[in-house]
Design a binder for this molecule. Sequence first.
Ligand code: ZN
Length: 106
Amino acid sequence: MTLLIFECPRTHRVIDAGIQTDMDTLAVISSATLRLSCPHCCSIHELPVKSGRLSVTCIPKVLAEPETPKAPILAVAINALRIFWLQQGLTVAKRQADDQVLKRGG
Ligand SMILES: [Zn+2]
């Protein structure tokens, strides 16, 4: 998936349509027209989809596919939390066991 981009007819600068698509989808919607608010000349452009092109810059996979597994840093953080909770649970269990030993002993 890549970004669909257009060129501002006035400034000739690149307008990001905010649409992620591919060549096949672009071919299907090529007869449509998009109304885009241009960030460069601050006007509304009505641009035929076929005048747009796909950005050569690929979108990072993490952004393009939200259903992919969480970013590694998040997975690491979640695992650290799980380990912390496990340690907390073990500490509480050990304390309870010690208390019972003390009660029986004393
Ligand atoms: Zn413009």
